[in-house]
Write a protein that binds this ligand. Structure first.
Ligand code: COS
Length: 419
């Protein structure tokens, strides 16, 4: 595959990063590209490739070796997610959600015991996991959570549900929020917990040799619901999580009681960098497909890439990719250095989601009638890109985060409704 942004790479990437990128790229073109279209059509989870990705260490790229990881950094995770997304968004989000949403909060807020018990399994790819924040009544308003946890002796009893959870069915380890009480000012006290269940696809997981741990203590009363039938990300697993008098041991509280919302917001700051990388990868993948196609397709006696209408659009496309890459890599470096990165992550995610949407529409357009068929991957990329403006915070929420950093909180009640 052609290198698009060599000078940016030189600025940010080490030799180890480049080596990792080659490994992920080879895997994506040899093992993912041949099956991505069919998995998408059948909406089938890529169990075989999950096993191979676990063996290659993709799920543990940024985590220390003592917790089952590869010992690299946030930028390495970004590169992994980006490279996978160039070829298949479903594979990319399966890995990305595991790293930045499931394992990350356990790494950041967990006790050493929790890290050993749960993170090690996620980082090694032994099992899959996810992040449960969204609920039917708590989407953008993430504090609207209605899942409740009541303390009874040495455990908490959880009731409620989470929706649109990546890896929700296939996964076994989840971090979730629940209301644990009322704060002194009358606000909800939200805490987070680590919960476990058996994968919904036990037979397949056992056959492939990944995705199930016999020795995990599963949380009674915790299960996954129906699989969503989605526009894109069709080979990734998205489901509801259901808690019915679910018994969670007190030691499975993640972080301090009452800190769950803030901790999940910190996690999302990292998740948004991962999403930016994912969307950047989709935009890059679509550009590479389009360069190839427009370089071969002939009309009016010449290659269509010789027409200025196309050349100028491809020039803009590359420019926007370079801008998105600067923003995403910059945010990743800030997070790695432990520096504030709230609006930088929101900006990178917002920019790259709009880029991926625009770029994949162009890709279909420049492929003409063929782009509208499943003979080329660009229609899949177009469908996959749309979630970027919705998931891990809508574009409206990113603008809320960015404008709050720029202007402070809105002053009037009317503004508060929208800002
Ligand atoms: N890091 C650390 N703390 C944060 C934070 C962050 N990124 N964002 C907010 N907080 C803290 C605030 O500082 C505040 O703390 P205090 O009570 O001590 O002042 C607290 O959390 C509440 O913050 P705020 O008042 O800003 O909360 P809001 O209810 O207004 O919500 C938004 C803020 C809208 C930004 C938040 O609900 C959000 O991101 N929603 C989208 C959720 C989302 O992305 N869902 C995607 C699905 S999960 S893949």
């Amino acid at each position: 595959m052609r290198e698009l942004s060599q000078s940016i790479d030189e600025r940010y990437l080490s030799d180890d990063h480049r080596l990792l990128r080659e490994t992920v790229r080879d895997f994506a073109s040899n093992e993912i590209a041949p099956v991505a279209g069919e998995l998408d059509r059948r909406s089938e989870f890529p169990w075989e490739n999950v096993k191979k990705m676990a063996d290659l260490g993709f799920f543990g790229v940024p985590w220390p070796e003592e917790y089952g990881g590869v010992g690299m950094d946030v930028l390495a995770a970004v590169i992994t997610v980006e490279e996978l997304a160039k070829v298949c968004a479903s594979h990319s989000i399966t890995v990305g959600a595991q790293i930045s949403l499931a394992a990350s909060p356990i790494y950041e807020f967990g006790t050493d015991e929790q890290k050993r018990e749960y993170m090690t399994r996620l980082a090694s790819g032994e099992v899959l996991g996810g992040f449960g924040l969204t609920e039917p009544q708590a989407g953008s308003d993430a504090q609207g959570t209605q899942t409740r946890a009541v303390k009874k002796g040495d455990h908490w009893t959880l009731n409620g549900s989470k929706i649109f959870i990546t890896n929700g069915g296939v996964g076994e380890i989840f971090v979730v929020t629940a209301v644990t009480g009322v704060g002194s000012d009358g606000s909800k006290e939200i805490s987070s917990f680590i919960v476990t269940k058996e994968t919904c696809d036990l037979e397949k997981a056992k056959a492939v040799g990944v995705g199930h741990a016999d020795d995990l203590d599963y949380t009674p009363g915790f299960s996954s619901g129906k699989k969503e039938d989605k526009l894109g990300w069709r080979a990734s697993d998205t489901r509801e999580l259901v808690f019915q008098d679910s018994i969670v041991p007190a030691e499975n509280m993640l972080g301090e009681q009452g800190e769950g919302f803030k901790n999940f917001m910190r996690t999302l700051d990292g998740g948004r960098i991962g999403m930016a990388a994912h969307l950047l990868g989709i935009a890059e993948g679509a550009l590479l497909q389009t360069i190839e196609y427009t370089g071969e397709r002939r009309q009016f006696g010449s290659r269509i890439s010789d027409f200025q209408a196309i050349r100028f659009e491809l020039a803009d496309w590359w420019m926007r990719i370079e801008a998105g890459k600067h923003m995403t890599y910059h945010a990743a470096v800030l997070r790695q250095q432990g520096k504030p990165h709230n609006h930088e992550a929101a900006m990178a995610k917002l920019f790259c989601s709009e880029l991926a949407g625009w770029a994949t529409l162009k890709a279909v357009q420049f492929h003409g009638g063929y782009g509208y068929t499943t003979d080329y991957p660009v229609e899949r990329m177009m469908r996959d890109a749309k979630i970027g403006e919705i998931g891990e915070g809508t574009s409206e929420i990113q603008r809320t985060v960015i404008s709050r950093q720029l202007l402070g909180p809105p002053q009037s009640d009317v503004d508060a409704q929208v800002g």
